[in-house]
Design a protein around this ligand. Structure first.
Ligand code: ASP
Length: 334
């Protein structure tokens, strides 16, 4: 009996010591990402970019920089890549513009910053961080946000910088389909045709845990192809697409209207805080609720002990994580 007890204790200790501690998690969007429609080159390109984003953010953490710095570094790399729907490579609005949203939240201070509907800020996540650190506001939008970015000496670019052929073609495809059908869907629970066609959401996000045990979460996106009337999604809305406190950080991706109505990111944190749920259960519950409402997408979450969750209910989600020892894990499909 004694031997048995000792054996199970040893197995338990081994399991505990083998448990990985993650310090950074990233996503590059959820959607209809099918292996059958992916080339090996494209798959590699995504994996390489996610790896680069993870390494760069990890290096910040190793240098003793803050979780906010690590999140910013990872997201800037993805914003600068045309592969993702954020920064260069953002999707197009109905009137042919790239209109971007981004947010950051610092878990320790619960300070947050966001920008929405901007066309000229090269790295929207940097503007969100500037809002958090250098203004008395949480969210700025449109021309005002751009003026603020200019005052803060952030890099502004010609809107043409964000143009990519793939995204432009997606818009044209959606528009021609829309014109030929001429149907009008006006319900929050019916996916607009435009979204049905272009379900490669592609938003980017990161959550980091620094050496001081602080968490931060950030998200950056071009929103959804063919969006109209200044539509803003969940990414820049604190508590919907982005949230962090001292226990957990979250960044979401998917059909934003649902993440807003579900207050998804804050709901996940509340499940941990008030229901004592572990991160995996809380995260899965949140995505299950979105699915029940009729929405789709995914999220990444990282808690103060280095546990992660990356649930999604789409065919795929570009996602990756790195441990405190620098081990990288990247996945795309279900
Ligand atoms: N959640 C984003 C939005 O609705 C889209 C995405 O994740 O790609 O704006």
């Amino acid at each position: 009996m004694k031997k048995l007890l000792l054996l199970s204790f040893c197995t338990f200790s081994l399991l505990v010591s083998a448990q990985k501690k993650y310090v950074l998690v990233v996503h590059g969007g959820a959607g209809t990402i099918l292996k059958s429609s992916m080339t090996p080159e494209k798959e590699n390109a995504y994996k390489e970019k996610l790896t680069e984003a993870l390494h760069a953010g990890y290096a910040e953490i190793q240098k003793g920089k803050s979780a906010v710095d690590a999140v910013a570094t990872s997201i800037v790399i993805m914003e600068d890549s045309p592969l993702f729907n954020a920064g260069r490579g953002a999707v197009f609005t109905n009137d042919g513009k790239n209109e971007m949203d981004a947010a950051i939240m610092d878990g320790k201070s619960k300070a947050a910053g966001a920008i929405a509907g901007v066309h000229t800020i090269k790295n929207p996540i940097k503007a969100a961080i500037a809002v958090m650190q250098k203004s008395e506001h949480v969210m700025l939008s449109g021309a005002g946000a751009e003026e603020f970015a200019k005052d803060e000496k952030l890099e502004l670019v010609d809107p043409k910088y964000f143009w990519t052929k793939d995204r432009w073609e997606s818009l044209q495809k959606i528009k021609s389909k829309e014109n030929s059908k001429n149907s009008k869907k006006v319900s929050q629970n019916i996916l607009p045709e435009s979204y049905e066609i272009d379900q490669k959401f592609g938003t980017v996000g990161a959550v980091a845990l620094d050496h001081n045990g602080n968490l931060a979460a950030g998200t950056s996106t071009g929103g959804m192809t063919n969006k109209k009337y200044g539509r803003i999604g969940d990414a820049p809305i604190i508590g919907a697409g982005t949230y962090a406190n001292s226990q957990v950080g979250i960044s979401a991706t998917g059909w934003g209207e649902f993440f807003i109505r579900a207050t998804a990111a804050r709901t996940l944190a509340a499940k941990m805080e008030y229901q004592n749920k572990d991160i995996k259960t809380a995260a899965q519950d949140t995505i299950d609720e979105i699915e029940k409402m009729g929405g789709d997408g995914g999220l990444i979450a990282l808690d103060k002990d280095g546990n992660i969750a990356q649930p999604f209910n789409t065919a795929g989600m570009y996602r990756g994580a790195i441990t405190d020892k620098g081990e990288i894990f990247i996945e795309i499909y279900k």
